[in-house]
Structures are given as structure tokens and as C-alpha cells.
Ligand binder design. Structure first.
Ligand SMILES: Nc1ncnc2c1ncn2[C@@H]1O[C@H](COP(=O)(O)OP(=O)(O)OP(=O)(O)O)[C@@H](O)[C@H]1O
Ligand SMILES: [Mg+2]
Length: 467
């Protein structure tokens, strides 16, 4: 799906063929299909997938970015009574396409901001995206009905949370969670490396980038769901090679004398410097009172560490730090309360708050965090602190906890599983009711992780704090 071949003779030829075919003779076929919305972290190919769909359907591709659009007039145009009035973006894009049936990408639909001067842009989009109404979309500037029913709309978003609910209701959500290392390696081989070599004026024979080197770039220089960072690293390697070919810098040590250089896992540091990401998990959980959780973020999944510490000479206070949102603070309190109520079954001493304070901290305090899914992680960190026992370093967990110690399902399992893999986690503890989500995982991910579905906190602890 990569948009390689940009500007190559092949794509020029294609463009000519397309131009010859558009506008098509006779009425273009009507599609009353669903309006698609690709959701996923940055760099997983949402925009390029839309371009590929247009190419495959032999239609024009136009794209408008909705990030930061505030006024209804930007979508629907200004009335001509206003000075400087112009048509809305929809009509402008159709004009640019020169066709009535393009593939029309509404990029970053989650970043529309309401609260402009003239109404809500999301409200104007409601009409655009409604197959029952959009055959007569009215632009304020043109003052004639525009038929949008032949346009194939595709929206993209990083997250669903900020999309207007009525808009969301009109779209078919397709979520792209991110790539595994193996998929990234193939994308690099087939698209990213050829494109970067070309962009830096190199030909295939001038350098060999071994799979091992790409694998190391994926594991040690980028930690992302998509492939943008990987492409940047490949670009950096290509520029180093190009500078060497041009004689601007000396041959890197051990890079094969005068022949074309070979980039291997071993000599990668000569091109990219020392590794940029480090395996943190085992280091962080090497002390009692620290547990590894999994979080869903806009940029895919990530691990998060929860620390708990019992402070002597206290008065039973609970201290929560690390920019926790309200939901997270409440789930921390629920976790504490459940542990206090169930000290016997959990095997911890009953009066732990009598003369102590309890401090729960989620490091990376600069990042605001919220959501219920760290409940089990906080409970595990507290029990680990109370028992003075370290949590297993290869275990990560996610799940909401109730006051009675039950584990409730959470979202984003796919993203979380991919993040766990990236961080070298072997065992993923997840709510039993999230088990159906595992069907969506690729066999490769399923094979590399052991999943422990749980219904109660005791089961979480059995997996994370074995006695
Ligand atoms: N499966 C893939 N095959 C080939 N190239 C890919 C693939 N996925 C992503 N890429 C490349 O990664 C880059 C980023 O992709 P793209 O711009 O489509 O991401 P996006 O999902 O739209 O991200 P954002 O949410 O930030 O807009 C592009 O250069 C694209 O060619
Ligand atoms: Mg995009």
C-alpha cells in the first residue's frame, strides 16, 4: 500500500491513463457503500491506504485535513454577502479532483475543534456523510445543490474518543492497530528501503542493508506502532552512505573496504549512533512495589509502571501522584479499599494503613494519564509492596478492578498486546471478558505471548506474584 513509485515513469503513465478515463463515459456507477473510518496510531498507513484504494479503483484522490477546522463555513462555504467569501473545502476539493466520484479523504476527523464563531463543523459534516442527504449538499457560496452521493468518503482518526458521536454513528470503523516486527521488516524491504535509497540518490547496488540491521533498527532505534520512525532511520543510513559515495566522509570502520558498504546489525551504530530505546521493564520492576501495566494511547499502546510504597509513621493517608486523572485516582482508591477488605485472602497483614501512609505513583509525571484500565496494576503494585516481593518482570497486565476484587474488561487489547511485545513481555494478564478480542490478533502475536485471562485479583496475583 506504500505510495512508492511517486514520480516514476510508471506512475506518470498511470496518471495519463487515468486522465484519459476521467470523466468516464456514461454515468459513473453509484456506490451506496458505507463511509469508512480508519482509526489507528500515527504512521500505520491510514492515509496511504486511502490513496491505494483510489489507485485500485482508478479514481481521483483528494484529501482535506480537518485538523483545527473550527467553523462550519470552512466545510460549507461563506455566503457571498461576506467580503472574501469562498466555497467550502468540500467543494474546493471536488474542483481540485475534477471529478464527481473521487475517493475523498477526510483526514484527522478526530481533530475538528468546535467552538468557532459560526457553528460546529461537525454538524456540517453530518450532512456530508449521510448517504440519505448528501445527494443535495448545499454550499453557501455556490447556492446550488452538489451531488456527493458518488463520492467515496474515507475518514481517518487517531482516536475515537473525540469524534462527534453522531458522526461516529455514520461511519464504519476499521481499526489499524500497528505492525509487528515481522510486518515492519517486510514493509521496510519492499517499500521503505527502495524509496529512501531513491530519495537519497542511491541505486540498489550501492549499499546492502541486511535484515539483521533492519531488525535492530526496529527494536533498538524506534518504538512505535507505525513505520514513520523506521523510515527516518533508514533515511539516515541512506544519507550516510550517500555522503560516503560522494567522498564527503571516510569509510566507516569495518564496512567492507572499497566495495559497496554492507549495513549489518553489528556495524549499525556507526551509521546511527548508540541505540535510542532501552529495555526498561526488567530494570524498573527490580524492586518490590512496582508493577507493569499496559496503556492505550493515541500513538498506539505503551507500557506504564505503577509504583506503590508504604511510608512509616503515617496516619493512613493515601497519596496519589503522577498526573492521574479522576478515573485513575478513583480506581486507585478502589484497589486500596479492596485490598483492605480482603487482606486475609490476599495474604497481607490487615492493619497496613494503621500507622503508615500509602503512596501510589505513576512515573512520567509530565504525561497526564487517565482511564480505569490500570486498576489491576495498581492493586498488584500495592500487594507487591505489602509483601515486599518483586513482580515477575515478564508479566504485564491490564483490567479495571471493582471494589469486590473482580476484573472488568477494558479496551485496546490489540494495541496493548503489540506494545507488550515491543517491550519484551512474555505474559499478558487480561480480563477474561476480553478473551474474544484475542481472535483479532495475528498468529505471530498470539504465538509470542502467553495470555492469562482472569476474573479476580487473586488470579492476577497468582500470575504476577507467584509464591
Ligand atoms: N503497510 C505499509 N506498506 C508500505 N508503506 C507503509 C505501510 N504502512 C505505512 N507505510 C508508510 O508509512 C508512512 C506513513 O503512513 P501514513 O502517512 O499513511 O500514516 P497515517 O496512518 O496516515 O498516520 P497519521 O495518523 O500520522 O496521519 C508512509 O510513508 C507510508 O508509505
Ligand atoms: Mg495520515
Amino acid at each position: 500500500m506504500g505510495d512508492d513509485h511517486r514520480g516514476s515513469p510508471r506512475s506518470d503513465l498511470k496518471a495519463q491513463q487515468e486522465a484519459a478515463r476521467e470523466p468516464q463515459s456514461g454515468a459513473p456507477p453509484r456506490i451506496k457503500g458505507p463511509i469508512l473510518c480508519f482509526v489507528g496510531p500515527p504512521g500505520v498507513g491510514k492515509t496511504s491506504l486511502g490513496q491505494s484504494i483510489a489507485r485500485a479503483m482508478n479514481r481521483k484522490f483528494v484529501r482535506i485535513s480537518l485538523g483545527g477546522v473550527r467553523d462550519e463555513a470552512e466545510i460549507r462555504g461563506h455566503r457571498r454577502t461576506y467580503i472574501g467569501a469562498i466555497p467550502g473545502r468540500i467543494v474546493q476539493a471536488l474542483k481540485q479532483a475534477g471529478a464527481i466520484n473521487p475517493v475523498f479523504m477526510l483526514d484527522e476527523i478526530d481533530k475538528i475543534t468546535s467552538g468557532g464563531f459560526q457553528g460546529d463543523p461537525a454538524a456540517a459534516l453530518l450532512e456530508v456523510l449521510d448517504p440519505a442527504q448528501n445527494h443535495s449538499f448545499r454550499d453557501h457560496y455556490l447556492e446550488i445543490n452538489v451531488d456527493l452521493s458518488r463520492v467515496l468518503f474515507i475518514a481517518t482518526a487517531n482516536q475515537l474518543g473525540t469524534i462527534h458521536p453522531a458522526l461516529l454513528d455514520r461511519m464504519e470503523i476499521i481499526s489499524l492497530a500497528g505492525y509487528t516486527e515481522d510486518e515492519k521488516l517486510h514493509i521496510a524491504r519492499r517499500y521503505l528501503i527502495p524509496r529512501q535509497l531513491e530519495e537519497n540518490g542511491l541505486t540498489a547496488g550501492m549499499v546492502t542493508i541486511e535484515d539483521g540491521a533492519v531488525g535492530r533498527m526496529i527494536a533498538k532505534y524506534t518504538r512505535e506502532a507505525g513505520v514513520r520512525g523506521l523510515e527516518r532511520q533508514i533515511g539516515a543510513v541512506a544519507r550516510k552512505v550517500a555522503a560516503r559515495v560522494a567522498g564527503a566522509i571516510p569509510v566507516p570502520v569495518g564496512a567492507g573496504g572499497n566495495g559497496p558498504p554492507t549495513v549489518t546489525a553489528a556495524n549499525l551504530t556507526e551509521y546511527l549512533g548508540p541505540p535510542k530505546v532501552h529495555d526498561e521493564v526488567s530494570f524498573r520492576v527490580s524492586r518490590p512495589g512496582v508493577a507493569t501495566g499496559l496503556a492505550w494511547t493515541e500513538s498506539g499502546g505503551d507500557v506504564l509502571f505503577v509504583e506503590a510504597s508504604l511510608l512509616p509513621d503515617g496516619h493512613g493517608n493515601i497519596i496519589l501522584t503522577g498526573q492521574l486523572g479522576n478515573v485513575m485516582q478513583e480506581s486507585a482508591r478502589a484497589a486500596v479499599s479492596h485490598i483492605r477488605a480482603a487482606t486475609k485472602t490476599l495474604g497481607v497483614s490487615g492493619d497496613f494503613l494503621n500507622s503508615h501512609d500509602l503512596h501510589i505513583h505513576v512515573p512520567a509525571g509530565a504525561i497526564p494519564k487517565d482511564g480505569p484500565s490500570a486498576g489491576v496494576t495498581m492493586a498488584t503494585a500495592i500487594v507487591s509492596a505489602l509483601k515486599n516481593q518483586t513482580v515477575r518482570e515478564d508479566v504485564a497486565m491490564t483490567g479495571e478492578i471493582t471494589l469486590s476484587g473482580l476484573v472488568l474488561p477494558v479496551g485496546g487489547i490489540r494495541e496493548k498486546a503489540l506494545a507488550a511485545r515491543r517491550h519484551g513481555i512474555k505474559t499478558l494478564v487480561l480480563p477474561a471478558r476480553n478473551e474474544p478480542d484475542l481472535a483479532e490478533l495475528s498468529p505471530e502475536v498470539k504465538k509470542s505471548l502467553r495470555f492469562v485471562p482472569v476474573e479476580t485479583l487473586e488470579q492476577v496475583l497468582a500470575a504476577a506474584l507467584p509464591t
